[in-house]
Structures are given as structure tokens and as C-alpha cells.
Design a protein around this ligand. Structure first.
Ligand SMILES: C[S@@+](CC[C@H](N)C(=O)[O-])C[C@H]1O[C@@H](n2cnc3c(N)ncnc32)[C@H](O)[C@@H]1O
Length: 202
């Protein structure tokens, strides 16, 4: 079977809920795109001592990278899957001490911050049931002037990597949700390999 057909058939297995996720495999994928996290940090202008909110952190490779960048600041790493956070706590390599795992749903975040809190939502909104509600919840969890970076796969790309095209979120759709929640998009960045980022702030 040609590789392109194989890829399409793999997409049938897209696990939107990620209940049965192989967190070791997700961690491996996070490690493979570690270079991208340096770009997230630069876009969010993270500095030593910042506290960061990461929503949908998964098994934590990115969370630890963020924590290393903001040391001695903390990373509040939220995920609705307790297994993902358990993986973070027991298997993630590096300085996990400053990563605070929080079990919670992006649509009703169980955290509130008083100080500007850079926030990362990477490759998550296309897994969320109601992304508009999630963006509203983020808006009520972080004070104005906190930078928010939304990272997603582009549905207008070739579909050679990442989730199936019909599960992806267009930048225009994410912009609508951000605008409805009071965010202004400051920049849209092509991250390459079918990925884009929107940097927003209220
Ligand atoms: C594809 S993984 C991305 C993980 C990580 N953000 C990264 O960059 O590799 C999606 C993650 O979002 C989490 N997730 C999906 N929907 C969520 C929700 N409504 N609330 C919190 N976490 C959610 C999943 O459990 C999973 O860990």
C-alpha cells in the first residue's frame, strides 16, 4: 500500500479523547519536537522567575522544558487525564520539582492567577469538546496582559503529519474564539511542518 494511503488509514485511529493514550509514545513525540518549545518560550517572552500555565500538558516533556526556562519560576501543568500527569511525575526526565501537576478540564479550569501568567495551549484545542468554552475559561483564569500562545495544526496543509485534516482547527476559527473571549491576536506564526501559532492577549 502506498505510504499516503497508509497515513490516511492511520488517521481512522485518531483518539480525540485520548483516554487510552500511550503516554510514553506521546512523551517521545514531545521530545522529538523539543526545538519547537524554545520557539514557544521566545514567543511568550518567558523570563527567569515567571510562573507559566500549560493547558493540556500531556506526559510533561514540554512542561519540564518550560520549567527549565523560567527557573526559579513554576509551571502549572493542567491535564484532564490523571494518567498523563502520573507519567509526568514518575517518568519525565529533568527538573520536575517546579512543575505543579493539576488535574482539570480546559473548559472549567480549576486555577486562577493574580499576576500576569504566560499560558501555553499546544496541540490541545482540537481535542477539546467545546474549544470556545475552553478559551473563555482561560480568559477568566489569567489576568489581562497575560500572553496566551495557541498552537495547532493547519487544516489547509498537506496532512502528512499530525491529526487528520478534518479534526484540525483553522486559524480563523481560533481567532473567532479568542476574539469572543476578549483576546486580541498580536501575531500569527507559521511554525513549519503544518503547524501554526497565535499569540494573543487581552
Ligand atoms: C496531543 S496532546 C498534546 C500534549 C502537549 N500539549 C504537547 O504539546 O505535546 C493533547 C493533550 O491535551 C489533553 N486534553 C485534551 N482535552 C483536554 C481538556 N478538555 N482539558 C484538559 N486537557 C485536555 C489530553 O489529555 C492530552 O494530554
Amino acid at each position: 500500500m502506498p505510504a499516503s494511503l497508509l497515513a490516511v488509514s492511520d488517521h481512522d485511529d485518531f483518539d480525540k479523547e485520548m483516554h487510552g493514550a500511550d503516554w510514553a509514545a506521546v512523551y517521545e513525540r514531545q521530545a522529538e519536537r523539543a526545538d519547537l518549545v524554545a520557539r514557544f518560550c521566545d514567543l511568550l517572552e518567558l523570563e527567569a522567575g515567571d510562573h507559566v500555565l500549560e493547558i493540556g500538558c500531556g506526559p510533561g516533556h514540554t512542561s519540564v522544558q518550560l520549567a527549565e526556562r523560567v527557573a526559579p519560576g513554576l509551571v502549572y501543568a493542567v491535564d484532564r487525564q490523571p494518567d498523563a500527569l502520573a507519567y509526568l511525575q514518575s517518568e519525565a526526565e529533568g527538573d520536575t520539582d517546579r512543575v505543579r501537576p493539576v488535574v482539570g478540564d480546559a473548559e472549567s479550569l480549576p486555577v486562577r492567577f493574580d499576576e500576569p501568567t504566560p499560558t501555553l495551549v499546544a496541540f490541545v484545542l482540537h481535542h477539546v469538546d467545546d474549544p470556545a468554552r475552553a478559551v473563555e475559561s482561560i480568559a477568566s483564569s489569567i489576568p489581562e496582559s497575560s500572553p496566551l500562545l495557541v498552537v495547532e495544526y493547519d487544516p489547509d496543509a498537506a496532512g502528512e503529519v499530525g491529526p487528520p485534516l478534518d479534526h484540525r482547527l483553522a486559524p480563523a476559527k481560533c481567532r473567532e474564539w479568542l476574539s469572543a473571549a476578549g483576546f486580541a491576536v498580536e501575531s500569527e506564526v507559521d511554525l513549519g511542518e503544518e503547524k501554526y501559532a497565535l499569540l494573543a492577549r487581552r
